[in-house]
Write a protein that binds this ligand. Structure first.
Ligand code: ADP
Ligand code: ZN
Ligand code: ZN
Length: 686
């Protein structure tokens, strides 16, 4: 008698919904539970890596058409039910094929379909994965940190916060906490002690940090605090091999402490007890391509599914999170003071730039303050979010401006290499000797970037030691660390930097911050621009006065009466949040509404718009939805493609997601066109 069929439902990283049915043949069919196993399967003429999602004894396909699984790989543990449940939820929420979500969550090395060596009959474990095994063992056997550090005695606010989290850890129940306190209020110390508690219970803990915060400083702090635990570092800056090693150790429960950027949230952890999301408002938690997930939101979902506590921490929470902490959905844990008594908040002063002439972008007041700080031998930070020398070159005669050839954007003048750079597509060109339009030789830079400020400050303060830190000065493999190390070693009098220096650095002897070029965010089309500006300025302010020096921050602006600045001067995030939330509520914007954005790009804008208009008509039939007109993106042309977007809003999530589901069915039924589209749920940039 024939044994019953065994069918595996396999998910694959292909742009089709799946899962796909494959036959399981001897000897696999006798195995107990094959769910979550990596497999090799035939796909057309290729061999692909897949994951078994489920097994069944029936199929709706004609059995003789089914292909057999080539091999079940045993090189890593089966991915467990909780991880699979997480992947399913993420795929459903972001409306992405499950296979794409699940396979892309694996490290690159484990996504490769290794050649199947049928002839030898050996298990098809690949050479590279054997090698990996050795590396995992070697890494786990590393000697622990030589200089362990002790937990600090918490102040009463920290203690109260920790006690609440410990309670949830002991009870093993889901709760989302919002740990809110200015920079230096001791959030990190609370994280460390909560992590310690979780590890002491024999559970795994996951600490998520923004892209920019994963500094050697943090790594050293963690190593010193947890000398007996190897730390799995998971971020995109690591090599494929390093990532696979850390991932495997986490997945097998061999390491208890996982630290990483947004991608780390998808790591399988069989025994997870606590998640912490540092700087939870940070935009880098949102993936901006492929599966456009928010790592913070996925982390909350994960904690909920597992029934474990999660701590979100920030000095300037996302307004969504703040709103939840006000309504009681999240449990607020305030840290109202700086942890070190000596540490002082900087005094924030506004410099009205309408009042006097600027000298190379800098006001007299700012220059005087810098000069004074130099004589005091204290460090100053000049903060501006625009790199390059000047944002544009202009012909004095005919008004020609330097533009990117492929984008509807100016090309930025970089003096260092004498070239024009497009910051959107990477296009470069030599600076023309004369105006390409009228031949005039008088072409001048307009506006200021970090390089131009550096140039001027070097002339103005020839004796000062000046270090510039931005995406240009830190290009290459070594990145920002050598320059940052110089600053930490006290080798800078003036530090010029973009948002790269805003976070996570504990600079010594820094007592003056000058912020330039902040006004554009006040009136940007993107409704989140003020929120981001406030967060950035708070963060930059937090760099000053950490070691007890009286310190100040000067902000150059034309809008000295703007309520954002007034709240900032008081270091008063809650009042800023209250203002913003009132505006959001009356405009029916998030967190009082839910949004989704279809983006389309095509060689011609009209094609992209027409595509979105058809979609708009489909969606317009749905109830409880606000469907807007398709509009060109602000920066309409990038890299030769023209782009448009269609915004959809609803006051509740369910009708929005239902409508999106139907819209995607409609799109799947359409013929292939030249239009490339994507769907962004809870978009961060509009
Ligand atoms: P945050 O993460 O909120 O910016 P940190 O946890 O980094 O704050 O704390 C800021 C500084 O205060 C650090 O140097 C830290 O070591 C110190 N610190 C934090 N908590 C305490 C405490 N309870 N007692 C003494 N020092 C503390
Ligand atoms: Zn360009
Ligand atoms: Zn000209």
């Amino acid at each position: 008698m024939q044994s019953p069929l065994l069918i595996a439902q396999v998910v694959l990283d292909v742009p089709l919904p799946g899962p796909f049915d494959y036959l399981l043949t001897a000897p696999c069919e006798h195995r107990q539970d094959l769910r979550g196993r990596r497999v090799l399967v035939p796909w057309g003429k290729q061999t692909k890596i897949g994951l078994i999602w489920d097994t069944q004894t029936q199929t709706e396909q004609p059995v003789n058409k089914l292909k057999a699984i080539l091999a079940v790989l045993d090189d890593i543990p089966a991915l467990d039910t909780t991880w699979r449940a997480l992947m399913s939820s993420v795929a459903a929420y972001y409306h992405k094929p499950l296979g794409e979500v699940a396979l892309q969550a694996l490290p690159v090395l484990l996504r490769r379909a290794e050649p199947y060596r049928r002839a030898t009959g050996h298990p098809p474990a690949s050479r590279s994965i054997k090698l990996l095994e050795k590396r995992v063992q070697k890494w786990l056997a590393q000697p622990s940190s030589p200089s362990p550090s002790l937990a600090k005695t918490l102040n009463s606010a920290q203690q109260a916060a920790l006690a609440v989290v410990q309670g949830a850890l002991a009870a093993g129940r889901f709760q989302c906490y919002l740990l809110h306190g200015i920079t230096g209020s001791g959030k990190t110390e609370v994280y460390l002690q909560a992590l310690a508690e979780c590890l002491a219970r024999g559970q795994q803990a996951l600490l998520l940090v923004p892209e920019i915060n994963l500094t050697p400083q943090l790594e050293a702090t963690l190593q010193a605090r947890f000398p007996q635990h190897p730390i799995a570092l998971l971020h995109s800056g690591r090599s494929d091999g390093e990532r696979a090693v850390a991932w495997l150790a986490a997945c097998r429960g061999e390491t208890a402490l996982m630290v990483g950027t947004r991608l780390a949230v998808l790591t399988p952890c069989p025994n997870l007890g606590l998640i912490i999301v540092d700087e939870e408002h940070d935009p880098s938690y949102k993936q901006q391509e492929g599966v456009r997930y928010s790592a913070r939101d996925v982390a909350i979902l994960r904690a909920q599914q597992l029934g474990i506590p999660i701590v979100l921490g920030s000095a300037t929470p996302a307004l969504e999170s703040w709103q939840h902490s006000q309504t009681g959905r999240y449990h607020a844990l305030p840290l109202p003071e700086r942890a070190i008594v000596a540490a002082q908040l900087p005094q924030i002063q506004l410099i009205d730039i309408r009042a006097g002439k600027l000298q190379h972008g800098l006001s007299q007041a700012a220059l005087a303050a810098l000069a004074e700080n130099l004589t005091r031998q204290q460090t100053s930070l000049v903060f501006m979010n625009r790199r390059g020398f000047a944002p544009v070159l202009q012909c004095q005669q005919c008004g020609w401006v330097s533009q990117c050839r492929h984008c509807s954007a100016y090309s930025v003048f970089h003096k260092a290499d004498g070239r024009l750079h497009c910051h959107h597509c990477g296009w470069q060109a030599i600076v023309p000797k004369h105006c390409p339009q009228c031949g005039n030789l008088d072409i001048i830079p307009l506006g200021y970037g970090t390089q131009r400020i550096e140039d001027f400050l070097r002339q103005h303060f020839p004796a000062a030691r000046i270090i510039r830190i931005d995406a240009d000065s830190t290009k290459g493999k070594v990145g920002a660390q050598p320059l940052l190390a110089q600053v930490h070693a006290g080798e800078a009098d003036i530090l010029i930097g973009t948002q790269m220096v805003a976070k996570g650095h504990d600079f010594k002897n820094l007592s003056l911050v000058v912020a330039l070029n902040v006004d554009s965010a006040l009136f940007a089309q993107d409704f989140r621009a003020p929120e981001r500006l406030f967060a950035q300025l708070m963060q930059v302010a937090g760099r000053a006065g950490r070691d007890g020096l009286p310190s100040q921050m000067l902000i150059q602006t034309q809008y000295t009466d703007h309520p954002l600045f007034n709240a900032l001067q008081q270091h008063d995030y809650p009042s800023f949040a209250t203002q913003q939330l009132a505006e959001r509520e009356s405009a029916q914007l998030p967190p009082f509404a839910y949004q989704a954005l279809f983006r389309a790009e095509a060689p011609n804008l009209s094609d992209a718009i027409a595509f979105l208009q058809a979609l708009q008509q489909q969606l317009a039939q749905q109830a409880l939805l606000r469907v807007y007109e398709p509009v060109p993106l602000n920066l309409v042309r990038v890299a030769g493609k023209e782009r448009a977007q269609l915004l959809i809003e609803a006051n509740q999530r369910p009708p929005l997601h239902l409508a999106l589901k139907e819209a995607l069915v409609y799109l799947a039924s359409q013929k292939k066109s030249r239009v490339k589209w994507s769907l962004d749920i809870d978009p961060q940039e509009i």
